[in-house]
Design a protein around this ligand. Structure first.
Ligand code: ARG
Length: 269
């Protein structure tokens, strides 16, 4: 009789133990599922680069940001935008795993493709030449390397503008030592003060700066046939590209993308 009692107590204790273990196992897995970083899509960008990414008071807005918002929504995640002071830092930051995605008017290039992965393209651009209104500089159309002889040009570090200058001007035509910058706000001041003659940058952004700075004007464009893509870590270990490409394709067929162009370019392209 006594032995029976002991074994009943042992069984009840065993059941309680198993239930408790089960309960903790469930709560532990639930906690795992709701780990904060899994709910967020952490995206890096570099402002100001209007109308793709710019600051409106303290908010970061733009065509790229709307696109990132739409991608996060499709993934059921909240968007966190991190604005880096250097465009050049974005791709290395992806490689450390600190960012999930980069959306920053990044041109798809084979050499970049070796260290990161790109989505399908979402925007086509040329390079543009931004100068001070009234400076009597002449650029042929299409622009010719000779047009830059004697000029003090500037470009953002690590961009395709820099590559164009290196491939087409350096060692070929006589130009002054180029000015390399990180921050466009600073570069526009250099141009306005006459410290540089021309800034080379993505043409739609040159147009946008000229629109908001009446003392600046786009003097010419260079057909480089560039296309923007969303960037993820090399090999896409987080498997984000299928969802990103799906959003881009769906937005294009549904007309939503056209609306985005109208919103940021007023009329679209
Ligand atoms: N499209 C050029 C490149 O990929 C310039 C991009 C600069 N973007 C920016 N948000 N500042 O090199």
């Amino acid at each position: 009789m006594r032995e029976n009692k002991v074994s009943i107590v042992a069984i009840v204790c065993g059941i309680i133990f198993l239930l408790a273990a089960g309960y903790f196992a469930v709560t532990m897995t639930m906690e795992k599922v709701s780990e904060p970083e899994k709910d967020y899509l952490i995206v890096g960008t570099n402002t100001p680069f209007p109308p793709f990414e710019l600051k409106n008071n303290d908010r970061i807005v733009g065509l790229d940001i709307d696109l990132a918002e739409r991608i996060a929504k499709a993934m059921g995640k909240k968007l966190i935008i991190k604005d880096f002071t250097e465009f050049d830092a974005l791709l290395p930051m992806l490689q450390t795993g600190e960012l999930d995605m980069v959306i920053s008017a990044v041109t798809i290039r084979e050499d970049r493709d070796e260290v990161v992965d790109f989505s399908d393209s979402y925007y086509d651009i040329s390079q543009g030449i931004l100068i001070k209104n009234g400076s009597n500089l002449n650029f042929s159309n299409p622009c010719n390397p000779e047009d830059f002889v004697g000029l003090r040009i500037a470009y953002q570090e690590g961009t395709t503008s820099q590559l164009w200058v290196e491939e087409n001007l350096i060692g070929r035509v006589k130009i002054s030592e180029p000015t390399v910058f990180d921050d466009f706000a600073f570069a526009l001041q250099l141009l306005k003060l006459g410290a540089v003659d021309a800034i080379l940058l993505d043409a739609p952004v040159a147009e946008s700066f000229a629109k908001s700075n009446p003392d600046l004007v786009v003097a010419g464009t260079i057909e480089t046939g560039e296309e923007y893509g969303v960037v993820v870590e090399n090999g896409d270990p987080k498997n984000l590209l299928p969802a990103i490409n799906k959003v881009i394709a769906e937005m294009k067929t549904s007309g939503e993308y056209q609306k985005l162009l109208e919103k940021w370019f007023g009329g679209g392209k």
